[in-house]
Design a protein around this ligand. Structure first.
Ligand SMILES: CC(=O)SCCNC(=O)CCNC(=O)[C@H](O)C(C)(C)COP(=O)(O)OP(=O)(O)OC[C@H]1O[C@@H](n2cnc3c(N)ncnc32)[C@H](O)[C@@H]1OP(=O)(O)O
Length: 426
């Protein structure tokens, strides 16, 4: 920490991402590094950052290989940024992207750096596999053995069951339930109907399809690996087709389906943040400012329905600090992990009984749903975990810049019962 006590404004200067691809489709032959580099290179080209020394690049992946332990620095070294640009890996589940933005923004605000990139990437097509715990211990033992005989003796202890690989699991170790499993409980507990979930998913696809048709994403996305658009987006989606899909998590009484849940996805995104002075010196536009951010966590082992509802608490605290009401915003971007979690969030905000029951100090009230996820969100774009924050911040910055003034509210839930909210202003 330096001694600078004046807080500077943090400008969002740029955004870029590659199209998001459903797992095992367009990006099945690439990994995190290639995707992150493509997103960064697109940003570097667009904002003339070739050869530039930036303050820092921060970001990461929720799932990464051990050889990617220094992922962001490795990526920076392979882009056209000045190789003396430092980088840092961060990971906070689906909040990785937004938390990376908070990290860079705080450093800019404190005067520690003048510019930085926050990024995020994830691949489900290229997941790491680890050896079983028993095999790992035996391999370590064999490595330490002093003679060939000692090594062979250790190898002979390996049993066939030790050879099953360990793969990353999309579940909470505290409860043994997947994100979808928890959200099934959320849907039942907060009485979110299948029809409402399907309608909400359809709206996401229609909003995003319209935004593509209107050219909204033209300057936001760099084509990659033969893909020009998010390949989860379904222009032909209808409520009838969605209604026919079978429940994915609770096969008997469930309401969550492949249509109203985000799919497993590959992709990368990044945003360029800077002080006002730096942006002006570089002749770069100031799209909007990050003005507030808040993180919260929630208990979800006893109350399994609440796993993805921590942003409710982050929102309350953030609004109190900002002196704003939930209704004071021109746009809302709420990450659609599942339609049910987004709809439960809206329902709790609207209900004094549910707000009290979950432990909020006051009921925040209803938002104008016409202002929510107006360009579609994760149900349509899909959700490469760490890349979602950058996608959402980019969309909000562009919306506010196009409008010319106003305020935007962002909310992103994450595994581990955590959530981050942010205010962006123009
Ligand atoms: C904080 C957080 O963000 S937590 C969230 C983290 N993310 C997750 O947990 C991911 C959750 N999602 C999943 O696990 C998986 O995507 C699942 C289990 C929901 C679905 O997996 P799959 O069954 O493999 O999905 P798949 O892609 O095959 O789709 C199933 C069917 O639905 C259809 N479908 C999917 N979306 C739509 C849609 N919008 N409209 C119409 N049909 C659709 C597919 O075409 C497919 O039909 P087919 O069987 O005739 O080919």
């Amino acid at each position: 920490m330096n001694q600078n006590t004046s807080i500077r404004k943090v400008a969002i200067v740029g955004y870029n991402r590659i199209p998001f691809a459903r797992a095992n489709t367009a990006y099945s032959n690439v990994g995190n590094q290639q995707m992150m580099i493509a997103a960064l290179d697109g940003l570097i080209d667009k904002y003339h950052l070739n050869g530039k020394l930036l303050g820092e690049v921060a970001g990461g992946a929720v799932i990464k290989h051990t050889y990617d332990s220094n992922l962001m620095r490795e990526c920076v070294m392979k882009t056209n940024l000045d190789p003396a640009t430092p980088a840092c890996d961060l990971q906070q589940a689906c909040d990785t992207g937004i938390e990376s933005a908070v990290y860079i923004a705080n450093k800019i605000a404190l005067g520690q750096i003048d510019s930085g990139i926050a990024g995020g990437v994830d691949s489900i097509s290229d997941i790491p596999m680890a050896v079983s715990e028993n095999l790992r211990k035996l391999l370590l033992e064999a490595r330490q053995a002093k003679s060939l005989g000692g090594k062979i003796k250790t190898f002979l202890k390996i049993r066939p069951k030790d050879l099953s690989p360990l793969v990353p699991r999309n579940e909470e170790s505290q409860t043994g339930l997947s994100m979808g499993g928890h959200t099934e409980i959320t849907a039942k507990y907060y009485k979110i109907s299948r029809e409402d979930q399907d309608q909400f998913a359809l709206r996401s696809h229609l909003n995003m399809a319209k935004a593509y048709d209107e050219g909204f994403f033209d300057d936001m996305i760099t084509p990659f690996n033969g893909l020009e658009k998010d390949n989860n987006l379904r222009k032909d989606s209808t409520i009838e087709k969605l209604a026919k899909l079978k429940p994915a998590f609770d096969k008997v009484n469930g309401t969550l389906t492949a249509g109203n849940s985000t799919p497993l996805t590959d992709g990368a995104s990044c945003i360029l943040l800077a002080s006002e002075e730096w942006a002006k010196e570089q002749g770069l536009p100031i799209l909007a400012y990050i003005t507030f951010a808040e993180i919260a966590a929630i208990e979800y082992v006893k109350k399994q329905q609440n796993l993805l509802l921590a942003p409710l608490f982050a929102a309350s605290r953030m609004l109190e600090k900002a002196g704003l009401n939930l209704q004071d915003f021109d746009y809302y971007e709420i990450h659609e992990a599942f339609a049910a979690q987004t709809l439960a969030t809206l329902k709790i905000w609207e209900s004094p009984e549910l707000s009290k029951e979950i432990g909020l100090k006051k009921t925040l009230g209803a938002i104008d749903r016409e202002k929510l996820n107006v360009k579609g969100s994760s149900l349509a774009a899909a959700h490469p975990f760490a890349a979602t924050g950058g996608r959402i911040i980019g969309v909000m910055a562009k919306l506010l810049n196009e409008k010319g003034s106003g305020k935007g509210f962002i909310s992103i839930c994450a595994a581990g019962g955590q959530g981050v909210t942010m205010i962006i202003e123009k």
